[in-house]
Design a protein around this ligand. Structure first.
Ligand SMILES: [Zn+2]
Length: 510
């Protein structure tokens, strides 16, 4: 039977357990000096070694030939714990045994000494899932357990635990494992399994695993499964297999954003959408990218090595990044980051119209003036400052003077053709109602007929959304069907001083 890599290569001694040096050093020392506490609390995110450490500790206190605090993994006691047959080591998953009756059952046994091993060990996983009454029952035993009992509680959610439980345990915090260490684990296991993989690819796996050794090895499992040839796994293979966005498209997208080219930016988004990539995942990629841009911008030049090591996009050409970061100010990047985080927050809560919201997000990135958040204003100011610094812009006051001499004519010029409200607009609206991604924008618009034109007045954002080729055709088709006339659709920005468009935008994105 195939055994998952993370099970097969689970650490069996404190020395093998990578990435938690403080925890393993202390536990090893306590085991070696026979000064083990009666209750431990292991907390930290998933896959950081809590359960492995609990098992190692259970073996270490029961081992017949321990060496420097590490279990031997050879004696009968070690082996029975490893294969799960030791009746004195009880593993309880609190997620499924959270009732007070489950805890009572456990506590009733506490009074009996272990039948075979030196210590009876209770490993309670996901301990935060216990009910209040179960916690209370456990508390009494935790206060004064018999000498031969060892409690090891593990949790991913420390703040869900009653303080009374926390204070009665010796607590160890398991941190996320560094990407370099994870990458090393991946390379090591790959070598033992005769899987060929290069360092770029293992670094990407390490980044994706986000500090979890279990996830890193599961990813290696997933990426190596189904390969019939024994060729090297590359960065590209992993991107393909796990549906990670090609770096190029993200760079291209941000280049388009830096030029404020909305159409091109939306086109890149379309490409990603068509490739059936999950938009949530893409959004997370963009957030990582902006964060990376911020890092590159904040660290002095010459730290290319640092960046290469810590980057999510390790294969990036450094000069390409450098070019991109000069296009944005730090304030703009911070603004991007907040817009993207807000969208992620929204998109992960609501499943409908994901793409539309994503489009709005991209538009917000291209056009900072659409947002009135303080971050957006700061970004606008910093961009202006940058332009002045670069000599790209003349002071605003001059522009105003130039404009004011030319503008009145344009403003005063009246439409020569009479515009009349389109009488059948409510019916057109009704016709478009099934298209929920554009309907809200149409609903906010007004439509007039002027000669052979149907003039749709909407806000800037609405124009951006409705004027795409696809959407324009949809509206024209509905118009033709209802009005029985050949009208060509033109867009005009609604002349509004109200805050309506911004409010709507914020409502949708936040
Ligand atoms: Zn042993």
């Amino acid at each position: 039977m195939y055994q998952a890599l993370y099970r097969k290569y689970r650490s069996r001694t404190f020395d093998e357990l990578a990435g938690q040096d403080i925890v393993t050093t202390v536990l090893k020392k306590q085991a070696a000096q026979n000064r083990v506490s009666h209750a431990y609390l292991f907390c930290g995110t998933r896959g950081t070694g809590k359960t492995s450490s609990a098992k190692i500790l259970a073996k270490a206190v029961n081992c017949e030939n321990p060496s420097d605090g590490n279990p031997c993994n050879e004696c009968g006691n070690c082996r029975s714990i490893d294969n799960g047959t030791a009746i004195d080591v009880l593993e309880i998953d609190a997620a499924s045994n959270n009732r007070v009756a489950d805890v009572r059952e456990l506590i009733d046994e506490v009074v009996y000494p272990p039948s075979v091993l030196k210590k009876r060990v209770y490993i309670i996983d996901e301990v935060h899932m216990l009910s209040d009454s179960a916690f209370n029952a456990l508390l009494k035993t935790l206060e004064e357990p018999p000498e031969y009992v060892l409690f090891i509680l593990a949790t991913t959610e420390l703040n869900a635990l009653p303080p009374t439980i926390i204070s009665r345990c010796m607590r160890f915090d398991f941190k996320r494992i560094d990407p370099e260490i994870l990458s090393g684990i991946v390379l090591n296991v790959a070598e033992k399994e005769n899987i060929k993989i290069n360092t770029d690819a293992s670094m990407l796996i390490a980044r994706l695993a986000d500090g979890s050794a279990r996830d890193a090895l599961s990813l290696l499992d997933a990426c190596s499964a189904g390969r019939n040839d024994n060729t090297e796994i590359t960065l590209f293979d992993i991107q393909q297999q796990l549906g990670i966005t090609n770096n190029d498209i993200i760079i291209n997208l941000f280049e388009a954003i830096s030029k404020k080219n909305i159409a091109l930016s939306l086109d890149y988004l379309n490409q990603v959408h068509k490739s059936s990539k999950d938009l949530n995942v893409f959004l997370v990629d963009l957030i990582s990218f902006v964060r990376d841009l911020l890092i590159v911008k904040s660290i002095p030049s010459g730290s290319a090595d640092y960046v290469k090591e810590h980057f999510f996009f390790s294969s990036f050409a450094f000069d390409k990044l450098n070019k991109l970061i000069t296009a944005f100010t730090t304030e703009t990047l911070l603004y991007f980051s907040s817009v993207l985080e807000e969208s992620l927050n929204y998109i992960s809560r609501f499943t409908v119209n994901k793409k539309t919201f994503f489009e709005l997000t991209i538009i917000k990135l291209c056009d900072i003036t659409l947002s009135e958040s303080p971050k957006a204003l700061l970004a606008r100011i910093s961009e202006l400052e940058k332009k002045f610094g670069d000599g790209q812009a003349t002071p605003i006051i001059n522009k105003r003077i130039e404009k004011s001499s030319a503008e009145p004519d344009i403003i005063k010029k009246k439409e020569t053709v009479q515009e009349e409200p389109l009488a059948v607009f409510p019916e057109v609206l009704e016709e478009l109602k099934p298209h929920q991604d554009i309907y809200p924008f149409i609903k906010m618009s007004r439509m007039y007929v002027s000669g052979n034109d149907a003039v749709l007045y909407c806000d800037k954002l609405g124009i951006n959304i409705l004027s795409t080729k696809e959407n324009k055709k949809l509206i024209e088709d509905a118009l033709r069907k209802i009005s029985k006339q050949e009208l060509s659709l033109v867009f005009r920005e609604k002349n509004t001083t109200s805050e309506e468009p911004h409010d709507l935008l914020d409502e949708i994105i936040i």
